[in-house]
Design a protein around this ligand. Structure first.
Ligand code: P6P
Length: 288
């Protein structure tokens, strides 16, 4: 009889929480760029590779976990006989080490083989290396927020809910590279909301969860699927925002409904309050 999925999820998130202080402690000594690039062609820091090693070793050894996959590795790795697959962005926003700005770890837990869509997602979560070390977990339609400075999950909010009134917007890319529809959205939104963009999806989305608003890394003229990876960033963060009462979109549908074709496939990402995301979709559609 396969191990109960809830017990596997408990152990995955408890193990990641226990590892978080060690990942944070490893950062000061690994700020330099390695001479390697990740499968998406981005320069890898020593910190990226080390966090990936730590997480693969810790989560790959859990009874019930069959596959470990990472933004840092070309293909998924068989780590056991279970049918639970883990897809991880070990250090999202690691370029923020240099300016000492927030970054984090994103994890998606899927049932079955990879690549997988939101239909196969069992749970997702992120660790945020900010002034305080925190961890959000989305399971069974609900988001909890915890402090994990000592490696234990100390819940401080057991029902994270995006505020009804949007306050901040956050967007990736550069004006000349935005599609006409997205530029039209930003022109409208800039009249009302505060720009909060820090270059790390985990921290920027957590601002939207905290203050209400929208986070976008849109389709670009030079990259029709934008920059963020579906498996490691789009789906897990979309699930968290949707469980917190917000919506996600790739410009036309929920990111959880996007069918993965390639393992490191990118996806345009819009997350946040329903009204704002509806405006994004309308502007993009109007300028298609
Ligand atoms: P840019 C970090 O590299 C990342 O994958 C996300 O965390 C973040 O939202 C985005 O890319 C930042 O991209 O183009 O602003 O450097």
């Amino acid at each position: 009889m396969s191990r109960d999925q809830d017990a596997i999820l408990d152990e995955i998130f408890e193990t990641l929480a226990a590892l978080a202080p060690e990942i944070r402690a490893s950062l000061p000594g690994r700020r330099v760029k390695s001479d390697e690039t990740n499968p998406s062609g981005e320069t890898r820091l020593e910190a990226d590779a080390y966090a990936d090693e730590l997480i693969e070793e810790a989560l790959g050894g859990i009874d019930g976990v069959g596959t470990y996959a990472s933004e840092e590795q070309a293909e998924p790795i068989d780590v056991g006989s279970g049918d639970v697959s883990i897809a991880c962005d070990p250090l999202d926003g690691s370029s923020n080490i240099k300016p000492n700005s927030p970054m984090g770890t994103i994890i998606a837990v899927y049932e079955g083989d990879l690549p997988a869509s939101g239909d196969e997602l069992l749970a997702s979560g992120f660790i945020l290396f900010g002034p305080i070390l925190t961890m959000d977990i989305a399971r069974d339609g609900r988001v909890t927020e915890a402090i994990v400075e000592d490696g234990e999950i100390d819940v401080i909010n057991d029902d994270v809910t995006i505020p009804d009134e949007p306050t901040v917007y956050s967007m990736g890319g550069r004006v000349p590279d935005w599609t006409e529809g997205f530029a039209a959205f930003i022109e409208e939104v800039e009249q009302e909301y505060k720009l909060r963009y820090g270059g790390a999806m985990v921290a920027d989305v957590n601002q939207v969860l905290t203050y209400g608003g929208s986070f976008s890394y849109p389709a670009l003229k030079s990259a029709e699927n934008g920059k963020l990876r579906l498996q490691f960033e789009g789906i897990p963060m979309a699930y968290i925002v949707e469980c917190a009462g917000g919506v996600s979109s790739d410009g036309t549908e929920s990111i959880l409904d996007v069918d993965p074709e390639r393992f490191h496939q990118r996806v345009p990402v819009h997350l946040g309050n329903e009204e704002l995301i509806d405006t994004v979709e309308a502007k993009l559609a109007a300028h298609d």
